[in-house]
Design a protein around this ligand. Structure first.
Ligand code: E4P
Length: 215
């Protein structure tokens, strides 16, 4: 499974990328706003650090505006994927941009039927928002299972990108269900490599090593 970082923070991206585990990055307007930098500058920095898909979201709401905005974003770097919201206007924009060879990540997806439509218009990625469904008492991971099954039934090429991840169990469940990608906040990413038994075990090994006669 590919792991993306869900952030626009350059320090976080640099840190996780140095571990060798970051396959791509997703941003959204809220994440970019937190950084207080121009969007283009953020995208330029990210594409220099990570050699993989970097999602950049359009902020237009009409297809006729999303399409030129998406083209402009896609021209910035070969790894830019254009993020488009899951609306009927977004479907139209995705169909057009995909037909031009521009990779589209359909975002704000909350049902498997929305995901079916995303595949039909040629989206490269579909982003179901799991945590936000959990927040509303609906088990988000259930729609991941549905989408993975539906896509496999019809051999759709659209990759399932599990988004709105809140904790490591979401990542584990996404992997168990065969999702293609999970996009993860840095706060969750930094929990994945750690285990208290690893720390205790290493501590004991190093202490015991002191008792081994040297030369
Ligand atoms: C996906 O690409 C989004 O940026 C993100 O996962 C949204 O997550 P949130 O619900 O934590 O804002």
């Amino acid at each position: 499974m590919k792991l993306f970082l869900d952030t626009a923070n350059i320090d976080e991206i640099r840190t996780a990328a140095s571990w060798g585990v970051v396959d791509g990055v997703t941003t959204n307007p809220s994440l970019v706003a937190k950084e207080g930098k121009k969007f283009i500058d953020v995208l330029n920095e990210i594409t220099k650090i990570v050699n993989g898909p970097v999602s950049a979201e359009v902020v237009s709401v009409k297809a006729e505006d999303m399409i030129p905005e998406g083209r402009t974003l896609a021209k910035l770097h070969k790894n830019i994927y254009v993020k488009v919201p899951m609306t009927t206007e977004g479907l139209k924009a995705c169909k057009q941009l995909s037909s031009e060879g521009i990779r589209v990540n359909m975002t704000l997806v909350f049902s498997s039927m929305q995901a079916l439509l995303c595949a039909k218009v040629g989206a490269a990625f579909v982003s179901p928002f799991i945590g936000r469904l959990d927040d509303h008492s609906q088990t988000g991971m259930e729609i991941i299972a549905e989408i993975v099954k539906i896509y496999r039934n019809y051999s759709y090429k659209t990759e399932v990108l599990v988004a709105s991840v809140r904790h490591p169990v979401h990542v584990k469940e996404a992997a168990m269900l065969g999702a293609d990608i999970a996009t993860i906040p840095f706060s969750v990413m930094e929990k994945l490599p750690t285990h208290p038994l690893t720390d205790l075990g290493l501590d004991k090994f190093l202490k015991d090593w002191q008792k081994v006669p040297k030369a």
